[in-house]
Design a protein around this ligand. Structure first.
Ligand code: SF4
Length: 462
């Protein structure tokens, strides 16, 4: 792998060694600006030196920079972006015989730090900018459990102007976080809860970051949960294009895609997330777009291919809603586009109004019945959609594990297990309904919202 690394620092006697571990593939890790910021803050300090670890570089057992074995390091900071990263992290620590202090952070830890509570020393909740050294020194800072159970929120500052440039998820590009958090209220979405409040980076600061890095890449990726909601989105894109950059936003909302955006971003493929097959279900999700928004975006777009993201296993979902997905795909095809569809079941996430729902979405059915229905729905959609478009639909097992990890407490799981084994074990209760009037394990995390508000949102859909 070839990378330009402005934060590179060589070990010298007296420095303490910190391993920054992304327990997944390099391409995902290098696309994570939060992790780059942690690495930058450590290597800027006088007392510490950081090196990075990814599972596809030396199996995560030796550093990228100098190939130093993990167990030579004093402290490990691990970012858990996806539930299954916990298994990779545990494997790396076990195989390397790492014996130093281990701090975990990232979205999965922030949403529920208790799932693997017995396996790590410290848990960081929220955003770590400007407190990374305090975390390493085990100081009592906001966000660092057990000293604090309050999610830490940072300012979007302009401190880290340069960055590691490499082939990331957007190709060889400069990554610019134009916003964090989202002001919308999709009821299934964990991002709006763990990164609240919505914050935007000013246009001048975005342009400055692009300018500082321009000799290293010709493309800019604009990163945010919903980049097209940035109040200066079009101005930012126009100015970057005038500077000679190719621009790619991390996602586009259908109702924000107009002729001007289509002109500015003439992509070969356009990704949209209708999420459900009917406007009635989209209202339950509080998605804020309807079928006409999706079709309108497709009509305007010059892209040859449209990628559509749908969920199934939604509350009050009927067969007509599944047929609605198939019909919407047919309508998009009839507009002369190639279509690829991604299908995922709803994972009811902590801190969202859907946290009380069972996996499978139907509160009146048993765990077993909900799973049977999910399997049937997946097969039904795949068999019909395969005749008309490309379909990506991972097995239900992976999402069941995600649900268990995001809701579990002190789990003893060391690796993925099959859905059959889950259903035969006590873990299956984590796939069922949660009692609305009982405390939930993650209630004690101070996330910055009132539980009563979530309950009211939940009751609205019943
Ligand atoms: S628009 Fe996207 S990021 Fe914002 S709440 Fe909805 S799903 Fe979440």
């Amino acid at each position: 792998m070839i990378e330009f690394n402005p934060f590179f620092k060589k070990y010298r006697p007296g420095l303490k060694k910190v391993a920054v571990i992304y327990p997944n593939r390099y391409i995902g890790g290098i696309t994570n600006l939060g992790l780059q910021r942690i690495y930058y803050e450590i290597n800027k300090s006088e007392e510490f030196v950081a090196e990075r670890f990814y599972t596809d570089v030396e199996r995560g057992l030796r550093s990228v920079e100098f190939g130093i074995p993990l167990n030579y390091f004093d402290i490990a900071l691990i970012s858990i972006q996806y539930e299954e990263d916990y298994f990779n992290a545990l494997k790396i620590l076990r195989e390397s015989k790492f014996s130093g202090r281990v701090v975990v952070g990232g979205p999965c830890v922030t949403e529920n730090p208790f799932s693997f509570y017995d396996f790590f020393d410290r848990f960081f909740l929220g955003e770590a900018e400007n407190v990374v050294i305090d975390v390493i020194k085990d100081a009592s800072v906001e966000g660092l459990m057990p000293f604090s159970k309050r999610r830490r929120v940072s300012k979007l500052d302009n401190e880290m102007k340069m960055q590691i440039i490499s082939t990331n998820a957007y190709g060889k590009s400069i990554l610019i976080e134009i916003g964090r958090g989202c002001y919308r209220s999709c009821r299934f979405c964990i991002v709006r809860q763990i990164y609240r409040p919505a914050r935007w980076r000013k246009k001048e600061d975005v342009i400055e970051i692009a300018e500082v890095n321009r000799k290293f890449a010709e493309k800019v990726a604009l990163i945010a949960p919903s980049p097209t909601d940035h109040p200066q989105f079009k101005d930012i894109v126009s100015e970057l294009i005038q500077m000679g950059f190719e621009v790619s936003p991390s996602s586009i909302r259908a109702d924000r895609f107009d002729e001007e955006v289509a002109e500015l971003l003439p992509t070969k493929s356009l990704t949209l997330a209708p999420e459900a097959g009917s406007d009635k279900l989209r209202e339950i999700l509080n998605k804020g777009i309807d079928e006409e928004d999706v079709l309108n975006a497709v009509r305007i777009s010059k892209a040859e291919k449209i990628k559509l993201y749908f969920m199934y296993g939604l509350p009050f979902e009927k067969k007509e809603d599944l047929d609605g997905i198939i019909k919407l795909v047919e309508k998009v095809r009839s507009l002369g586009k190639k279509v690829s569809v991604s299908l995922n079941p709803l994972v009811p996430k902590p801190h969202t109004p859907f946290q009380w729902l069972p996996f499978g979405g139907n509160p009146e059915k048993s765990v077993k019945k909900n799973i049977e229905e999910l399997k049937w729905k997946r097969e039904y959609l795949i068999s019909h959609l395969r005749k008309i478009c490309e379909v990506n639909a991972d097995k239900i097992d992976d999402f069941a594990i995600q649900t268990i990890i995001s809701r579990g407490v002190r789990l003893r799981l060391m690796k993925k297990i099959s859905l059959n084994r889950i259903l035969k074990s006590d873990l299956s209760r984590l796939l069922g309904c949660m009692d609305v009037d009982s405390p939930l394990p993650w209630d004690e995390i101070e996330m910055g919202y009132k539980k009563e508000k979530l309950k009211r949102e939940f009751e609205k859909i019943l």
